[in-house]
Every structure is written in C-alpha cells, then in structure tokens.
Ligand binder design. Structure first.
Ligand SMILES: Nc1nc2c(c(=O)[nH]1)N[C@H]1C(S)=C(S)[C@@H](COP(=O)(O)O)O[C@H]1N2
Ligand SMILES: [Mo]
Length: 524
C-alpha cells in the first residue's frame, strides 16, 4: 500500500522550465519523422507524413476537397503536407511540456500519435509499396520519437550541477549536449531522405528510349498559332502542362518489373511488360486533354503529342466478351477510372495507351511509365496515369473513384473557349487592342469564334488553322475602333456541328462547367 503522507511530504524539486519540454517534444517528433522518411526513401515506401496526408485526402468530404482546389489550386498538396507537419509538431511540443511533470503521460501521447501514423500507413491504399513495407517508416518514426523523448526528459529530470542557474532544476550542460546530438541526427536523416527519395522511376526513365512510331502524326499545319503575344503555345510544353490527380507522392513506377494486365470479360488475359508495349504498333497523335474541374476560362487544359498503342488493338487481341460496356482502369496508387467501352474500341477515335508525351517518355507527374489518353473525354473518366490494370467489365458491376463522389460516369468534354489575352485588368494603347485565346471541341472541331465588347454585338474573330478535331484551335481579334476606358470582353465558340456555346453557367460537378468567359480590361 502506498503511504500518501510520505508522497506529499517529499520535498518538491523545481522542474525544468517549459521551453525545455517544448523543445524536447519538437526534437523527438522531428527526429522520428526524419528517420521514418529516411527509411522510406531507402525502401521505396511512402514517408510518414505522406501516409497521413493520403488518408486525409481519402476521408476529406467532397465539398472540402473542392474548396481546397478552388482556394489553393495545385498548391493544395504542399499546403496539406505543411498542415499535417505543423499539427504534429504542436501536439509533440504540448506532450513535451506535459512530460516535465508527467513523463509517462507524455510518452503515451507520443506513442498515440505514432499509432495514428502507423494506422494511416496500414490503410494507405495510395501506396505503391506492399503493405508491410508501407508501415515500416511509421513504426521507425514511433520508436525513434518515443525513445528520443524518453532520453531528453530523463536528462531534464537530472539535478542541476554546481554553477547552473538555479532554481531552474535541470542539468543545463547535459541537456544542451543532448539537444546538439539530436539535431545532428536530424540533419543526417534529412540528408539520407534527400539523397535516396523516390528515385527508382526517375532513374528508370533516363534509360527509356521511345521507338519511332509506325504511324506518326502528320506535320503540324502552318498557321495554327495566332500572332498575339500571350496566347498559350499551340503545343503545351511538358513543364507547363497542368497536373491534376489525387497522388500526394508521385507513384514510383520503374519500367523494370512493370506489367500491364488486361483481364475481366475477355477471352484471353494479357500481361504485357514495358518492353512488350514498345514492340507493339505505335501511333502518334496530338490530343487536347481537359479536366472536368476546369472552370470556364480556367487553366486545366493542354495540348500535347502522344505516342502509344491504340487501346482497341489490345482489346481486340484479348477478345472482349458479349455484354461488356465499360473498362475500369487502375493506377499503381490504386486510383480507379471507368471509361465507356464504346470510346475505346471506336475506329474513329484514337484512344491511346500512351508511353510518350511531346517527344519524351511520360514525365513522372504525367503518369510514367504508362497512361491512357482518350480524345473527347474528361481526364477523370479516361486519362489514367501510372496505369497498371485494365479490366473489361460492366458499369453496373463497378464504381470508379469519382463516380462514388458525385461525378457522372459518362463525361464527354463540353466544348469551350478561353480568352488568354487580355489577362484581367490588362491595359492596351488605344491603337493596339489585339486579343486572342484558344477553343476546343474534341471529336467535333471548332468552326467559329465570336467576341463581344461590353455586351454589344457579337462579331467574328479570326480563326487560326485547324490541326485536327481532337486539338484546340487558336483565335484572335483586333478592336479597330477601340475607345479609352474600362471594358469587358466575352468570347463564344460554335462547334462544327453548328452548336454555339451556352451562356448558362453550370458548375464543374457533376459533368463539367458551361458558361462564357469574360475578362475586364482597360484602353488608354
Ligand atoms: N492515377 C491517376 N490518374 C489520373 C488522375 C488521378 O487522380 N490518378 N486524375 C485524372 C484527371 S481528373 C485528369 S484531368 C488527368 C490529368 O492529367 P495530367 O495531370 O497529366 O494533366 O489525369 C487523370 N488521371
Ligand atoms: Mo480531371
């Protein structure tokens, strides 16, 4: 039995000041995360922060995801990683302060945070590594964090030496040495993480040579670009190409060991290595890709030259069975996308299993080593990056990622037009008001562009040459009798079926935005 009177009677030694506890907590957590990240880099697993972030994305409600994309655009991922890191750091500092008086509680809290990370990793369906490998970094993180905190709190509990400032009751010299040692450990771990992080695909990509396609693209016709400074270049360079996906860490998929499986409602299952794909009949096409999340006038559209295998060649070889109506594709990080079978085996539409973009192997962020590209369908129902699995199936039997999140299963791209020049609030001299932009109507083609100033008459703009019906088309217009002041420019397209863009605004969900793009500008 404990004798309460002796406990209360024990003389109380002053504890170390709070900042030492906060510093200990912060160092322990940082050291843990850095060591976990270093191990992750060495074994090609997601880092602990990425595992937590992936779960976060998975559980985030739709409205919040849309809010984040609207607010932060493609900066949403760095912001998520920063938020996770800062939250973790603050909780660890609180645990450290608590630990000055109640060491076991502090260790318990730190262990609890580690357990959350381990759980996140264990259920991380976006990881490209196997399940055991995926949890190792978070286990390391937990062990290192708890161990470091135990060590630092232990030193803080030592009595002060002669000469140390009293009454702050701790051995200042020993503590500072321990802090220095931990900091060196963090720096070394950080170095390992940096040197070895996510390198397999990058290295593999350097050795890939794309063969000359058997069926190359026609030359780009003369006159596809208008003479207006600031209009998007006709071919979007890879570094400027928009990127949209749910991947917090780009899947690391080297071609060594890569296999594309084609199965489901087929006569014969196919398993193709990357080398097998290179030996197929390759075609080259220019295709304009568009994201369903593109607001009217938005940036999520780009035009590139793709090399790859016609999807229908592979489907024919596998032999599609009777009443299949869909193809579900899966990426290395577990993303699922369903595409109508009719869009893939259509003789008049070049759906491609792509291996090259603008003359080089796919960039890592655009799906290396293999992705799908289908003219005329929004990316979320067709453009699977890091593609590893093609299952012929029925829409009735499968629900793809976005279909369970309020987006339509069938989503042809809505034709649209955009003003690139002027940018908002740009100023022109009165004698040089030249404007321009792009318009797209994949599978159909753009036939006419009209512009309108300040809600007046619609007048015809000039169209640049058309490349193909699957690519965007540039336009330009000169305002000859411009007047000084503030103005508004609006654009609308008419497609080759004779339909004109509607001015009715609808949001991006569930199947793409409509409405007309307008820009304010000034003439002086
Ligand atoms: N694996 C995977 N593929 C994906 C996505 C994704 O989240 N994961 N997003 C799709 C969406 S919504 C679009 S618009 C296109 C964008 O391709 P890009 O990033 O190369 O422009 O990729 C598609 N392919
Ligand atoms: Mo998209």
């Amino acid at each position: 039995m404990t004798d309460v009177s002796t406990l209360t009677a024990r003389p109380t030694r002053p504890t170390a000041p709070r900042w030492t506890g906060a510093l200990s907590g912060a160092l322990a957590a940082t050291f843990g995360v850095v060591m976990g990240t270093a191990i992750a880099a060495l074994i090609n697993a997601p880092s602990p922060i990425v595992s937590i972030g992936n779960r976060f994305i998975f559980f985030t409600p739709q409205f919040l995801k849309e809010f984040a994309i609207r607010q932060f655009g493609t900066a949403d991922k760095p912001i998520l990683i920063a938020s996770v890191s800062i939250t973790l750091l603050l909780l660890a500092m609180v645990a450290g302060v608590i630990g000055l008086k109640r060491r076991n509680l502090a260790l318990g809290i730190t262990f609890g945070l580690g357990a959350v990370a381990i759980l996140a990793a264990a259920t991380d369906n976006a990881s490209t590594a196997n399940a055991v490998v995926t949890v190792i970094p978070t286990i390391i993180t937990t062990i290192v964090a708890v161990g470091t905190l135990l060590f630092l709190l232990g030193i803080l509990a030592l009595s002060p030496k002669e000469g140390d400032d009293l009454p702050s009751g701790f051995d200042r010299r020993k503590f500072l040495i321990a802090v220095g040692g931990t900091t060196i450990g963090i720096a070394l771990g950080g170095l390992i993480a940096r040197v070895f992080g996510g390198a397999a695909a990058a290295e593999s990509r350097m050795n890939v040579r794309i063969p000359t396609p058997a069926d190359p693209a026609s030359a780009v016709p003369a006159g596809v670009e208008v003479d207006v400074q600031g209009v998007s270049s006709y071919i979007t360079p890879n570094r400027d190409f928009y990127r949209i996906d749910t991947a917090l860490q780009i899947p690391d998929v080297p071609v060594e060991g890569y296999s594309l499986r084609i199965h489901g409602m087929v006569d014969k299952e196919l398993n193709l290595s990357f080398q097998d794909l290179l030996e197929e009949r390759l075609i080259e096409r220019r295709i304009t890709l568009t994201c369903v999340s593109n607001e009217v006038g938005g940036p999520y559209v780009g035009n590139a030259t793709w090399i790859g295998i016609p999807v229908r060649d592979l489907l024919e070889r596998a032999g599609v069975q009777g009443d299949a109506d869909a193809v579900q594709t899966t990426s290395a990080d577990g993303m699922t996308i369903s595409t109508p079978l009719g869009a893939l085996d259509d003789e008049n539409r070049d759906a491609i299993i792509a291996i090259a973009m603008n003359g080089e192997p796919l960039p890592l962020r655009h799906g290396f080593p293999v992705r799908m590209v289908v003219p005329g369908l929004y990316g979320y129902v067709s453009a699977t990056k890091w593609l590893v699995d093609i299952e012929v199936t029925r829409f009735a039997d499968h629900k793809a990622y976005w279909s369970t999140r309020g987006y339509d299963e069938e989503a042809p791209i809505k034709f649209s037009s955009r003003i690139d020049v002027p940018e908002s609030f740009q100023t022109f001299p009165v004698d040089a008001v030249r404007v321009g932009g792009v318009a797209w109507a994949q599978n159909v083609g753009i036939e006419r562009i009209e512009v309108q100033v300040d809600g007046g008459e619609w007048v015809d703009a000039e169209l640049a040459a058309q490349d193909s019906i699957d690519t965007w088309r540039q336009w330009s217009w000169q305002w000859d009798d411009a007047t000084p002041g503030n103005h508004q420019l609006t654009v609308r397209a008419t497609n080759a079926d004779g339909e004109t863009q509607t001015s009715d605004r609808v949001p991006i969900a569930p199947n793409g935005s409509t409405g007309l793009h307008s820009v304010q500008f000034r003439v002086e």
